[in-house]
Design a protein around this ligand. Structure first.
Ligand code: MG
Length: 368
């Protein structure tokens, strides 16, 4: 199976409601879609969302990395030299983890298609179902309580509550949400770096003192402030999950060695794909630290790849793969079924994606 052409372009998917966090507001998903064609007729699919406020990757930057660094490395290569291809992708440029993730997942897709096996099975996975939480955007407390009730009606029983815009309101936000949901609903909080370490400890302990029963807090302090993260971890009654602080396997190792977090959030767009995500999961397992699998605001090609990873590693105990559930449409054919909180894997080979509607081609590299 030889790579004969690499195409990239745009897919646009409207959101059900605007997505708001401490870092940004988004009204629709506009992602880069990647197709890697081969001489056997099989195509590998990859996707990368431009999430400038988190990864630094813009739409044009992802396309540029594909055109100038990644695609020229892959053209003409044999998919069977899989580890060689993984190394080429990761070494094609520094940073650019979203473009690398798109290429990485398209290659995993092809490798699974080459040997006729689903990627999660290729990785030894025995889980076939996952349960995801749903994200509630940061707004006024009453509006968030209404959004939480809507999520409960849609069948979700674990909600990720975005906070951090005007932190004075954060305890009121969680109080309103907790009152609005049935007993037993799992609530996790994501501050997206908005708090100072001492402020985070005060807010989190206040929440627990009020009986709000928060399962975990994501990235309470600035990404670069690992000492601050550790400060919160050691003083907060709520377990701390590192998100924006952990991109690469090297970041994960530093956090694990410092004991700076209770949990790690793995996202393909931060680490550059499944190849590096597997390294993070392995290290976390060695340190006895459980992981969450997360996603950006992205369509089902990329989130489906993350689901394959999650089914393959037991150290991934928490699932935040709600990207497709926040979208008002799904242009992707094949792959895992996303139905409310349930994600159900299929036995299709590779990552299972067979086509994507509405693809607008922007660039191609093919053999002359
Ligand atoms: Mg987060």
């Amino acid at each position: 199976m030889k790579i004969t052409a690499i195409e990239w372009g745009k897919i646009s998917i409207p959101l059900r409601t605007p997505f708001k966090t401490a870092l940004r507001r988004v009204d629709s998903v506009e992602d880069v879609l990647l197709k890697i064609h081969t001489d056997t007729g099989e195509t590998g699919f990859g996707e990368a969302p431009p999430t400038g406020v988190i990864t630094g990757d813009t739409f044009e930057g992802i396309c540029g990395a594909m055109a100038h660094h990644i695609a020229p490395q892959l053209l003409g290569k044999e998919v069977d030299d899989f580890e060689g291809l993984m190394q080429l992708v990761q070494k094609s440029a520094v940073h650019n983890t979203s473009a690398k993730a798109a290429a990485d997942m398209a290659l995993w897709d092809l490798y699974g298609k080459l040997y006729g096996i689903p990627v999660y099975k290729l990785l030894g996975g025995s889980r076939e179902r996952l349960t995801t939480d749903l994200t509630i955007s940061v707004n006024a407390p009453e509006e968030m309580a209404r959004d939480a009730q809507t999520a409960i009606r849609r069948g979700f029983d674990c909600l990720k509550i975005k906070v951090g815009i005007d932190p004075a309101l954060d305890v009121a936000r969680l109080t309103a949400v907790r009152r609005a949901v049935p007993a037993g609903t799992l609530l996790r909080v994501d501050a997206n770096q908005a708090w100072k370490p001492k402020e985070a400890v005060r807010i989190l302990n206040d929440m627990q003192d009020r009986g709000l029963d928060i399962e975990l807090v994501e990235q309470p302090v600035a990404a670069a402030d690992l000492e601050g993260l550790k400060y919160v971890k050691e003083r907060s009654a709520v377990p701390v999950l590192a998100d924006e602080a952990v991109f690469s396997p090297e970041d994960a190792l530093r956090i694990l060695q410092m004991g700076a977090a209770d949990l790690l959030n793995i996202k393909l767009m931060k680490c550059g794909g499944l190849y590096n995500a597997l390294k993070i999961a392995t290290m976390a397992e060695m340190f006895g630290v459980e992981c969450m699998i997360g996603c950006m605001l992205e369509g089902r090609v990329a989130v489906n790849a993350a689901a394959h990873l999650a089914c393959a590693r037991q150290v991934i105990t928490r699932v935040d793969l709600d990207g497709p559930m926040l979208c008002a449409a799904d242009p992707v054919h094949g792959g895992a079924a996303f139905d409310g909180k349930d994600i159900v894997m299929t036995r299709e080979k590779g990552l299972g994606v067979t086509d994507v509607d509405g693809f607008e081609r922007l660039g191609v590299l093919e053999r002359a």
